[in-house]
Write a new protein. Structure first.
Length: 447
């Protein structure tokens, strides 16, 4: 996230200033220009918040080195002088970029915070404790900034959303909302549960899909190397001396010749499609299409679909407080699902039906076309009995249990299949090698 500060003049000459955040510098400047056009402002200056390295001393003590984010060098100097330091130097950091903290570090922060809140420890003290213990520089600096902003009386929701580039949009929203809810520990626990499940599922999905694909790809490259380079060196010796080749050896050599003669095309066929798919997936339309058809992938699609519904239900349960205030929880839960197609259907089909036509939750969800029959049945029952909040939790727990169990079985099955594929390939290579080893030159005496 990029944070900018602007100074401007109104039409009557009155000075005005403000700050805003955006995912990129281009978007931030675009927002400022839109604001200027809307309110007829004359923009005088725009400053980007960056990192400054400082060297200070207090009295005769040893100089202290540090880093502070600010909009200008002067701002850092003034702040340090107010704290009683003698400023030796303040310089803008040359390589000012921040890497997003690992998901595990963010989970640890949220989880430990929830546990300390249950022990009735003030949130400011929790932040101070964690700032001293967290090793990741980005997260440490972010918590420091959040603590300072909250001490200045900043709105908790706006403060955390300012750092959604670090925490993620949903996590930042939930942590900001917690301070206003009156039950911070409960929301932090729910957020930790959400992050934990998300990490567990991604880890399992990686084991079920990515690792096997990588294994097969490496095996494929190894076979190509053997067939295209190692095998021909031996087989062509026999051809050179006019020795007849047996069927498998002959077929393998022909395949090898085809690979070597069309090396460029074969390389393109292997490398280009994955790159194009990856690039397409980075676009907004590509992500939408992939997310839409992801639910239809054989075997894994059903699990991904149910996990998406589980996440939606868990977040909805945490935020839902009554039928009169159901729209915002549904919207946030859809965003938390991390599936653009699921989110689109909820926001553009289900929610408009609820707002414009007064349709109930179950009918709206059914119209969206992204919920299973089981989920719709449970929501219908909960809506009739007035227990839709508990129904959402029960549904989330049910799908969690089902997906964890089925995913474990699928991973074991895939591992067996991969082992069989490797075995078949090795047997094939062994047979070809054995057949080649049986070739013997013609006896010159036989004529």
């Amino acid at each position: 996230m990029v944070e900018l500060r602007f100074n401007a003049l109104k039409a009557n000459g009155q000075p005005i200033g403000g700050t805003l955040t955006a995912p990129s510098l281009k978007e931030a400047k675009h927002k400022i220009n839109q604001l200027a056009q809307k309110h007829k402002l004359n923009i005088k200056s725009i400053e980007k918040k960056g990192a400054y390295l400082y060297k200070v001393r207090k009295g005769q003590d040893k100089p202290i080195l540090g880093e502070q984010r600010a909009f200008s060098k002067e701002e850092v100097s003034v702040a340090l002088k107010k704290m009683g330091y003698t400023v030796i130097s303040v310089n803008k950091k040359l390589l000012d970029f921040t890497m997003k903290p690992p998901a595990q570090d963010i989970l640890a922060f949220v989880k430990i915070s929830a546990e300390l809140m249950e022990q009735k420890l003030p949130f400011s003290e929790i932040l101070t404790l964690l700032m001293n213990d967290i090793e990741n520089k980005t997260l440490k600096e972010t918590l420091k900034q959040i603590n300072n902003d909250l001490k200045k009386g900043g709105d908790s929701e706006q403060v955390f959303l300012r750092y959604q580039g670090v925490f993620g949009k949903f996590t930042a929203y939930m942590l900001g909302l917690a301070a206003k809810s009156g039950n911070m520990a409960e929301i932090y626990k729910a957020t930790a549960k959400f992050l934990e499940r998300k990490q567990e599922f991604r880890k399992s999905l990686r084991s079920a899909l990515i690792t096997p694909f990588v294994t097969l790809f490496i095996l494929f490259l190894a076979v190509l190397f053997y067939v295209g380079y190692i095998f021909p060196e031996t087989a062509k010796l026999f051809v050179k001396f006019g020795i007849d080749l047996p069927p498998m050896t002959k077929a393998t050599l022909q395949f090898s010749d085809f690979l070597m003669d069309n090396m460029f095309m074969v390389t393109l066929v292997i490398i280009v499609p994955p790159i194009l798919l990856w690039r397409y997936a980075q676009t907004k339309k590509g992500r939408f299409v992939i997310d839409k058809y992801m639910f239809k992938i054989p075997v894994m699609g059903s699990l991904i679909h149910k996990t998406t519904i589980e996440v939606f239900c868990r977040v909805f349960y945490t935020l839902y407080s009554g039928s009169a205030e159901s729209i915002e929880p549904i919207k946030i839960a859809a965003e938390a699902s991390d599936n653009t197609y699921f989110e689109h259907q909820i926001k553009n089909v289900a929610i408009p039906l609820m707002i414009k036509k007064g349709v109930g939750i179950t009918e709206s969800f059914e119209a969206s076309g992204v919920f299973t029959d089981t989920a719709l049945s449970r929501f219908h029952s909960g809506e009739e009995t007035g227990t839709i909040k508990n129904t959402a939790k029960q549904l989330a727990d049910y799908y969690e249990s089902e997906t964890v169990f089925r995913l474990k079985n699928i991973i074991e099955l895939i591992q067996v299949v991969i082992a069989m594929v490797i075995m078949i390939v090795m047997i094939g290579l062994t047979l070809v090698s054995a057949e080649t080893a049986t070739i013997s030159p013609k006896n010159p005496a036989v004529g």
